[in-house]
Design a protein around this ligand. Sequence first.
Ligand SMILES: [Zn+2]
Ligand SMILES: [Zn+2]
Length: 414
Amino acid sequence: MRVCIHRGAKQIGGTCIEIEAGSRRIAFDICLPLDAADDTASMLPAVPGFRDPDDSLLAVVISHPHQDHYGLARHLRPDLPIMIGGAADRILKAAACFIRSGVSFQNLIPLRDRRVVEIGPFRVLPLLVDHSAYDAYSLLAEADGKRLFYTGDFRVHGRKAALVERLIEHPPAGVDVLLMEGSSIGRLDEDDSFPTEDDLEHEFVDAMHATKGTVLVYASGQNIDRLVTVFRACRKTGRQLVIDLYTAEVLRATGNDRIPQGWWSGVRVFLPHRQRVWAKRNELFDLVPRYRANRIDPEELASAASTTTALFRPSLCEDLDRANCLAGASVIYSMWSGYLRDERSEPFLKWLDRHCLPMVKVHTSGHASVRGLKRLADAIRPRRLVPVHSFSPDRYSDYFDNVDIRGDGEWWEV
Ligand SMILES: [Zn+2]
Ligand SMILES: [Zn+2]
């Protein structure tokens, strides 16, 4: 078995790993670097079969539906087999109805937790993990009598932490190479930990109690764990949760009836002006009737402000201005705070200032703490541990044994 990290050996995001056995190949993740200036086919790593037909490339496996793991997939040739979680695929398809740069796979091999997929000389075992993206997997690949374990992105402090605890308790044996993400390495001390989603729930409850008017929660519509946390806080504070049509469709795409849905009591669906125009232009109006009973109009956003928490994105600012629902409102920022330093956040920050809206931050990482990483590495005990998805590969040997740093584009034998 030979391996090449085409991108992502020394950065967070942009990961693409090619694995070869018996002159057949598969790739793990195909993503846009987070700092990429453009999103074009020219950004694709030079892997034969990505753009032009090449039978020796059997499939691309996508660990989870985050931009920095699938972002370039729309530039792959459309008939290339894609392996991704079934719910993750549905979420991307639902989002693609609303996002111009969305992706909708045509040749799908759906992954299911702990169901082996055999493809050419490879056996790929997906293991569902806890992460801020829904339906996220670690991947165990076997070929040529060798075993490679790619963690993908994971954490041990979210709503699905039990999945990783199970993995730590029953780790795969005989792993030759562990490709382990290290988003926290170099950013967090060894003894530091992240708050859990339950910790956040208490913070959301406090912030909702402290607000007289509408609470606007600035979070990703695809961070399902977070939406569950916000919904639970709404329940505890007697607020309804308002989501837009896009988020309602993403939640529906999970196919999970234990996750809040647009037709649930306590959930209301708002159709922002932009989505109304978009739905009309793209003939998406058949999506709207399923939420008819729970639709909320701008007048009610204002009259029910004191009992409303609304999921927020800057694209909603104009709708909220028009609805006149911001007296006594506050904003809870629930994403990585680094985005606020990006110049693209300036219009939002000016809008906050203009309305004198107070903002608090309530967030936790989608990635394991150093201690969480150590627990998994200690359980798996790989022959070699190769850093990936980290800005500090040189720090790995402070925490782990048998570290083997590899560069982007370098082929090596397992
Ligand atoms: Zn990532
Ligand atoms: Zn991720």
